[in-house]
Structure formats: C-alpha cells, structure tokens
Design a protein around this ligand. Sequence first.
Ligand code: PLP
Length: 389
Amino acid sequence: MKFAERISLLGTETAFEVLAKAQALERTGKKIIHLEIGEPDFDTPPHIIEAGKKALDEGYTHYGPSAGMFELREAIVKEMARSRGLSTSIENIVVTPGGKPIMFFVLLALAQKGDEVIYPNPGFSIYESVIRFVGATPIPIPLREDLDFRLDVTELKDLVTDRTKLIIMNSPQNPTGGILPMEDINAIAQIAIENKIPVLSDEIYSRILYEGEFASISACDGMEDLLIILEGFSKTYAMTGWRIGYGVMPVDLAAHITRLMTNSNSCTASFTQRAALSALNGPQDAVEAMVSEFRKRRDFFVKGLNEIQGISCAAPKGAFYLFPNITGLGRSSKEIADYFLNEGGIAALAGPDFGAYGEGFLRFSYATSLENIQKALERIGYCASKLRG
Ligand code: PLP
C-alpha cells in the first residue's frame, strides 16, 4: 500500500507503547507496577453507570445530533456558568467522543501549511503530533522546573509572529502537574487579544487540583471571540473508556467542528451522553473523594522520591502525575525509563515523550494504590542505587 505523506507526520502517545511493552514483560511472568497510563484507577461512580444502563434500556441506542444532545449541552452551559462564571449558549458547545477530538478538530479548522501553533513543552504529546499532521509548524513554549513549570510570558510574546494561528495552553498540566496562576493567564490573554490569536485552553484536569481555586482564561475580558475550552468527563468522573468530552467555542468555529463531527463520528454515543448528563447533574462527592485520595498518594510519593539520592521532585499542584528531576542519576531519561522497566518492573514515561524540554525528567502517574506506590518507591530506590553505582 502507498500511504499519503501526511500519515508519516502523525506522532503518538508513548503511554500506550510503554503499556504494551510492560504487558509483554508481564506475559513472561515479570511483576510490573504501572505508573505510565494517565487514567484514574477508580471506577466510574455507580449513579453514572446506572444512568448509562438505564439509557440503553430506554432506547438511547440511536444516532443523535452531531453537536451533542440538547439536554447535555444545556447542562454544560450551566456547568460553565457554575464553574467559571462564563456565559455561553448551547450553540457554543460541541460534544465529542473524549476531549482529544476537540484538539484534532480545532487544529484541522484553524491551522495549515505555513502556519505556526504555540504549544507547551513538555506537554501532552498529541498537541505536537496533530500540529504537524495538519501541516503547521509546532512552536514550543518551554515549561521549566525553575519557574514551577509556569511559562515565561516574555518568551511567549517573542514566539508570536504573524503566522501564529493558535496558542495551546494547559492547566493543570500533563505531564508536570504544574498550574498557571491567574497572573500568567492574564498575560497570555493580553498577548492573544493584542494579536487576535485564538487560544485552546485544555482544562481537562480543572477539577483535579490540590491548591487554590481553578483559574481559567475564560475569566479574562476580551477573550469571547478567541476562546476555545477543552473539557471532559474522562478524568473528573473516571470515565476514560466511555469516550466523552466537549469543547466550548465561538459559534462560527462550533459550526465547523460540528461538521467535522458529522464527517467523522456522526455523533458521540447517545447512552454515553445520558451518563455524562447524570455526571454533571448528580452528586459530586465521588470527585471530592477521588481528589482527596490522589492528594494522599501525591504527598506520600513526593516525600519518598525526595529521599532517594539523585532524584528530586516538586509537589504538583494538580492532575495526577509527578515529574521528578532525575538528572542526578547520570543517564538520559529514556535510558532510565528503560532501566526502571526492565530491571525494576516500573513502567514510567521518559520526559522527552512530552517534548524535547522534558529531558532530565520522568513522568509517574499516581493513579494507583498507596500499596503499589510504596512498592514502587522501594524498586525505584533500588534502581537508583544501582545506577549511581
Ligand atoms: N488533554 C490532556 C492534557 C490529557 O492528558 C488528556 C488525556 O490524557 C486529554 C486531553 C484527553 O482526554 P480524553 O480524550 O480522554 O477526554
């Protein structure tokens, strides 16, 4: 078969590759602790599962509107008002099978050959992959440990050119767990408004926050025509496998994204949308319980890592990842990740899997039990002592 050139531009999410490698080792009898995959280890709350089952019984087994069911989009409008004080209408909302398609579709709609897109690095690997796929040039804005993984706003200003078609931001962040304070967000909005550049704000971890209030760029005046919010249910309600997320955006863009939905998925699964409706309208205590459990694991894991010579780890403020500095172990991130997997049975991701500025770091997901984290710390300590010689 002869493939179109564009297909070679598409990157991937290494987590799935590391998972496959780890599973191959498990088949040989090796015990692996999985710290690679970015999904809550909790089950979807029972009332949401019930709503999904009931929807199937009630016949939500047919196609629905490409932009999403009216009732769900209405609930999202209310959620935007509740969580962000943002005034929207259902014409601003498009429901998609996960938050990921919002990235994909927004880039297809806004960027092409000759254009530039600024994105966080280290950052979610799909940003860079899809920017390249649509033919645009990825322009990384570094997130540095010495700035608490915030971006340097002056540096951002310098990266903007007349070819910049989109700025992607993410807070709380994958993979660093860092957050952007309102001061930085205001400065990003200022740059976007002055240069009339749309901003895709990936807010998928908005509810998984350990310090302070969630800050969204939607609070900045003047962003109405430039703002695209990516949100979803995967992380907040442990619904990764249900495949449901959404975007909030100006009406003209929403019409294009809806047509992309019609051309690709037709619609998001109808019963999944009913389950998502119950997630938004139902009790939120499961979300609070999950975050409180994540906080315990974070504190325990960070403390344990900082006791290992050669590793230092800042406490992340959101999401469920640690991004420890492992330069003290004297090898590249990739070599250390491979060593940890093969010698220690620890599946983790190398910082550069999230972009070149991730060198010197690993990403551990703490979406696993305290017991596993305890075992992982012992094995990491052992591997680190071997590497130090
Ligand atoms: N954005 C970020 C930063 C993520 O880490 C993820 C998933 O890992 C997503 C978006 C997409 O999530 P989903 O498509 O499951 O809603």
